[in-house]
Design a protein around this ligand. Structure first.
Ligand code: B12
Length: 318
């Protein structure tokens, strides 16, 4: 075939497509041949190359098919209709899987959250990760993060503070959320050359849940997210940002700092702002100096969501 050879950076080979969409190569080819769901370009050697939009479409079709729709019935649907169909079914299925037909969606979420925390309480790691995996496939990423993960981490924090959750159980949850982040990153349709965000807490700050949630939000919005974890020294933050050519460094702090530590922290932020666009997530009552030039302060996850959208729009318009 003499189609223009797509640039390697924008088009995906079958082996990448199967990983991103969760479809086998055979199914992808059958859907293409019988239902013309996508029309990939070909290289000079006649090998298929799929665009990011085609990968997204195949992923949506796979999700809808997993929810019980026949491919013949959905193959012609536009992306927006497919997304609507999947979201409607997700809530319906979530409610059904809880076994209570009349359960309202909010109650279904709280049921799933307690099921998860009970499994963690029994150290039933398999059950707990099954619950996450099921919810992750059934829900939109934003519902999954804001209605399940954020409240679970907050509840875990409260239980830990009330001594009803052990350090080991807290570590289990953290490990599961990290692994979710990995999966989200692998599934994300981030095109090479897209926005990259580094996420960490600075040295001396071990509260990790806030930045983990931040990392999940960024990954779900398509940012290439590099999660460095808690307690990262300044020189590592700077070199990681430089070497990875990150667009944004997202930090988070939770605990208060004494006066000298606050002064040092302001200086750290000053230095970081000269190397990379730095954002800091923190509680509203935290005494950190909010007037450091070049630093963006975020007190709620919604603020982060908005900042990420703004950053994507700027990059798009540039
Ligand atoms: C879990 C926990 C720990 C765990 C952390 C485990 C981990 N892997 O993260 C461990 C055991 C390590 C720990 C240690 C300590 N902890 Co602690 N910890 C907590 C706990 C129970 C939950 C915190 C949490 O993760 N919440 C989840 C976050 C996401 O929820 P949130 O705070 O409501 O977040 C909101 C905002 O703050 C903001 N936000 C927060 N982070 C981010 C990040 C981004 C990117 C964005 C956009 C927004 C954002 O947005 C959220 C929505 O509005 C809290 C008590 C509590 N119930 O909150 C104490 C708490 C935070 N810890 C506290 C303290 C004092 C400590 C220690 C000093 C205790 C000690 N004596 O050793 C050490 C300090 C460690 C260190 N050097 O940093 C205090 C802090 C008090 C203060 N005002 O300074 C708290 C409040 C407990 C208390 N009431 O005294 N802790």
């Amino acid at each position: 075939m003499n189609n223009p050879v797509p640039g390697a950076a924008e088009f995906y080979a079958m082996r990448v497509v199967t990983r991103l969409t969760g479809l086998s190569a055979d199914t992808t080819r059958v859907w293409e041949r019988r239902y013309q769901v996508v029309a990939p370009s070909r290289t000079n050697g006649n090998t298929r190359r799929y665009s990011a939009a085609e990968v997204r479409r195949l992923t949506l079709l796979r999700e809808a098919a997993d929810l019980g729709h026949k491919i013949g019935d959905i193959a012609h649907l536009a992306e927006t209709d497919l997304t609507r169909l999947i979201n409607q079914d997700n809530v319906a299925t979530l409610i059904r899987t809880t076994g209570r037909q009349v359960l309202r969606a909010t109650e279904a979420y709280s049921h799933v959250r307690s099921e998860y925390l009970e499994a963690i309480g029994r150290y039933d790691v398999r059950k707990a990760s099954d619950i996450f995996a099921r919810a992750a496939t059934l829900l939109s990423s934003s519902d999954f993060i804001f209605k399940l993960i954020v409240p679970i981490l907050k509840e875990a924090g409260d239980r830990w503070a009330a001594d009803t959750m052990s350090v080991a159980q807290e570590h289990l949850i953290t490990a599961q959320v990290r692994s979710l982040l990995d999966q989200l990153m692998r599934m994300s349709l981030q095109a090479p050359g897209g926005m990259r965000i580094l996420v960490a807490t600075p040295a001396g700050h071990r509260h990790e849940f806030g930045v983990l949630i931040g990392a999940l939000i960024a990954a779900s919005k398509g940012f290439e997210t590099i999660y460095l974890g808690p307690d990262v020294p300044e020189k590592d933050l700077i070199s990681a940002a430089t070497i990875s050519r990150a667009d944004v460094l997202l930090l988070g702090v939770l605990r208060d700092m004494a006066e000298t530590e606050l002064t040092d922290f302001t200086q750290l932020l000053n230095r970081l702002s000269k190397s990379v666009d730095t954002w800091l997530g923190l509680p509203p009552q935290n005494l950190a100096n909010r007037s450091v030039p070049g630093i963006r302060f975020l007190e709620r996850f919604e603020d982060l969501d908005m900042a990420l959208t703004e950053r994507m729009t700027q990059a798009f318009l540039r």
